[in-house]
Design a protein around this ligand. Structure first.
Ligand code: SAH
Ligand code: SF4
Ligand code: F3S
Length: 482
């Protein structure tokens, strides 16, 4: 290895990432600790984002930091002086796409040798990925992980001023950084991180390794952020965490849970509150009650079930059963009668039999899901399930996915049909992707609606009469009185 790497070189370790220490979570104040210089003056950046909402929120932070360093955003690769891929490690195909993209971007490096190409997010948290990048992707100049976004100013100064390659990934850390600048993607909808990391260790999942231990932001910081968003005119917030129902579990000095947070937010003047993702095991009655009580709590819950087979759920370490999941669904539906439920499902988990799979189909039918993200199991190195015996042919797994999706798609359609001839509130987000004359937005139940209307309605909540429910969206007309 060349000594170019000496100053900034810290590689990840999955073994350290697995460890959970009992120590207090350090809080870092970005404003107080980070030295901002104009290193981006006259330079342009581009960030490509992969993966979950957590990554989308992180990209907004990266953009905020880069603009504080005087970089300007561009969407043209050939004009960029800095390209960062904010990556996802959840499944193998997510990773392959990023490696492919790195190959494709090499040509820009040839045209502009000063271009800095960076890889951030969850992939750098994996040892194998960093080794592969170091061995085969010499044109990557900057590698950092999910724990050290706040150190971008330092890294860019090193990369730009000293022309050094920067590789720094922390595995053990789990700090909370407050007061990070953000460039929000959307003018009326905002992500609000309420917690980071995950301590669930579902046996298939890489997230507890890439995101570190579970740690909750203080309610005061969250409420302050939301009050700021309200004063800026935001209409909708989505609370983010890998398992939001575990919020507050790590507080050492007080008893404050997710339901307490919802109660506090229920009393604020923010019209719409959403959250993702819920873990069925930690979803308590106090949470259901808060959701049923406050009008600004949107009637859509994403409640990943993963499987309907108790054997598979046990091997996944999900800690609930088909019966207890269905019981939870029943309690939610009784408290919030018109609620829309969506889920995540993995098919082809090691050892999943046809009978196990049929249990999943049965659970799907009984739960009336109105949407789902469905996946074929992907073995992630370092997770327990990657070592489980898996003798189901891939073609069989694909077939199960197809059979599952047929039922899920009927659920999407049914979820739209129930709004036929009804007036729904739509938060107008912009123009439809396919037709500039059409506006698009989401209802409280998180259904996409397209309707003809004046662009001045963008950013407003309006009533729309549903005239044509389809599988993936609903068509409507602006309600006369709205
Ligand atoms: N924390 C969230 C979601 C995390 S990842 C939760 O627990 O619900 C989003 C989804 O990806 C998961 O719900 C799961 O369905 C899927 N997933 C995670 N790891 C996977 C793997 N190794 N193979 C296939 N799908 C996976
Ligand atoms: Fe992964 Fe399970 Fe944590 Fe979700 S709850 S992030 S699936 S380990
Ligand atoms: Fe992917 Fe990391 Fe999110 S692995 S799903 S980007 S937490």
């Amino acid at each position: 290895m060349s000594n170019l790497y000496d100053t900034y070189f810290k590689k990840p370790s999955l073994k350290s990432a697995r460890k959970r220490k009992q120590k207090e979570t350090p809080n870092i104040d970005f404003n107080a600790h980070i030295n901002i210089k104009d290193v981006g003056q006259g330079k342009r950046y581009l960030i490509q984002t992969y993966g979950c909402q957590g990554n989308e929120a992180d990209t907004e932070t990266m953009k905020g930091i880069l603009e504080a360093l005087s970089f300007k955003e561009t969407n043209r690769e050939e004009r960029a002086d800095l390209i960062i891929l904010n990556t996802c490690a959840i499944r193998e195909n997510a990773e392959n796409r990023v490696f492919g993209e790195l190959g494709r971007l090499k040509k820009y490096k040839k045209k502009n040798p000063d271009l800095i190409l960076g890889v951030a997010g969850c992939m750098p948290q994996e040892e194998d990925v960093v080794n592969r990048l170091l061995e085969k992707y010499h044109h990557v100049d900057l590698i950092f992980g999910t724990h050290n976004i706040h150190k971008i100013p330092e890294y860019l100064e090193t990369a730009l001023m000293n022309k050094e390659r920067v590789i720094e990934v922390f595995s053990e850390e789990g700090a909370i950084v407050e007061n990070l600048p953000k460039k929000r993607e959307h003018p009326v909808k905002a992500w609000v991180n309420i917690m980071f990391g995950c301590d669930e260790f579902c046996t298939y999942c890489i997230v507890p390794y890439t995101r570190g231990k579970e740690r909750s932001r203080s309610p005061e910081s969250i409420i302050d952020e939301v009050k700021g968003l309200i004063s800026e005119g935001y209409q909708e917030i989505t609370l983010l965490g890998q398992n939001v129902n575990a919020y507050g579990r790590d507080f050492k000095d007080r008893a404050y849970t997710f339901s307490n947070l919802l109660e506090a937010l229920g009393k604020l003047e923010i019209p719409r509150v959403r959250f993702t993702t819920s873990h069925p095991n930690d979803f308590d009655d106090a949470t259901i009650e808060a959701l049923a009580t406050y009008e600004n709590m949107m009637p859509h819950i994403h409640l990943p079930v993963q499987s309907g087979s108790n054997t598979v759920l046990k091997h996944m370490n999900r800690k609930y059963t088909k019966e207890s999941y269905l019981d939870l669904v029943g309690r939610i539906k009784r408290a919030i009668p018109d609620v829309s439920l969506t889920t995540d499902i993995i098919v082809g988990f090691p050892g999943e039999s046809e009978a196990d799979f049929l249990e999943t189909l049965d659970l799907v039918r009984q739960s009336d899901f109105e949407g789902a993200f469905t996946f074929v199991f992907s073995a992630r190195k370092g997770t327990p399930a990657a070592a489980y015996k898996d003798d189901t042919a891939f073609s069989e797994k694909k077939d199960r996915l197809k059979r599952l999706n047929e039922i899920i798609n009927q659920g999407y359609k049914k979820g739209h049909d129930r709004f036929m001839n009804k007036a729904v509130e739509v938060l107008v987000e912009g123009r439809s992707k396919k037709d500039d004359a059409i506006l698009a937005g989401y209802t409280p139940h998180n259904k996409l609606v397209n309707f003809a209307g004046d662009p001045s309605l963008i950013g407003k909540r309006v009533l729309v009469d549903v005239t044509e429910p389809k599988t993936w969206f609903m068509k409507g007309v602006l309600h006369e009185k709205s």
